[in-house]
Design a protein around this ligand. Structure first.
Ligand code: PGA
Length: 249
């Protein structure tokens, strides 16, 4: 049984007061939910979020990492700092990092390796752009993103490798993939993970304009094991509805 993950990616949002309000309202929601809850605040708020969610069944994640333990890397945050802050999971390869910051597959590969070596839970994002979907190359795009990031001998336990399928055209746009479109891509990713890496029990999340109104339909498919949520995770009221949802497969 793969436990459903509901993950929040706050991106460059939520200041001190908002983080405090969020956790005050969120309370024991994760303790009382059957789903696994992950929250990725921006770096400066990780310590606050960790403190406010201590003992509440929330895994605090980072939105990225520089793949070095420490050293002369101006502007970066590395492995030792994340460990020091109690971070247990890291999002790698988000399309905003690939697109806005020009992260190439080689750097993403280094980051994936680093996350593995440090025993952190990897949340690895893949997804095609609209032109790639329109010209039918989305399967090849996903294959390339996965093959270029993972060594043939992945060493993380399957439950610590989570892939997030996030079609770029659905992120922050209000347009979601239909449950059928998402299911098709998830089944494809699951097949690659199994055939090439022997991973059957990794979770595959859907991301891209997930909200309380559409989560049930999206999560109905066998191969969709949860959601990575941006906009609808910023406010506790909306994220709580997502965390409290129960998958009917
Ligand atoms: P969104 O973002 O829910 O705002 O579309 C999802 C993501 O980028 O992870």
């Amino acid at each position: 049984m793969r436990r459903t993950i509901i993950a929040a990616n706050w991106k460059m949002n939520n200041l001190t007061g908002e983080v405090k309000n969020f956790f005050a309202e969120f309370g024991d929601t994760a303790v009382n939910s059957e789903n696994e809850v992950v929250i990725a605040p921006a770096y400066p708020y990780i310590a606050l979020a960790s403190a406010l969610s201590a003992g509440k069944n929330v895994t605090i994640a980072a939105q990225d990492v520089y793949p070095k333990a420490e050293g002369a890397f101006t502007g970066m945050v590395g492995g030792k700092m994340l460990a020091d802050l109690g971070v247990k999971a890291v999002i790698i390869g988000h399309s905003e990092r690939r697109r806005i910051f020009g992260e190439p597959n080689e750097l993403i590969r280094e980051k994936v390796k680093f996350v593995q070596e440090n025993g952190l839970h990897l949340i690895f994002c893949v997804g095609e752009t609209l032109p790639e979907r329109e010209n039918g190359s989305m399967f090849d795009v996903l294959k390339e993103q996965i093959y270029s990031a993972f060594d043939d001998n992945l060493t993380l336990a399957p439950e610590k490798i989570t892939v997030a399928y996030e079609p770029v055209w659905a992120i922050g746009t209000g347009v979601t993939a239909t449950p059928e479109q998402a299911a098709e891509m998830h089944t494809f990713i699951r097949r690659i993970l199994k055939e090439r890496y022997g991973y059957e029990d990794s979770r595959i999340l859907y991301g891209g304009s997930v909200k309380p109104e559409n989560i049930q339909g999206l999560m109905a498919n066998e191969d969709i094991d949860g959601a990575l949520v941006g906009g609808a995770s910023l406010k506790a009221s909306s994220f709580m509805k997502l965390v409290n949802f129960q998958a009917v497969k």
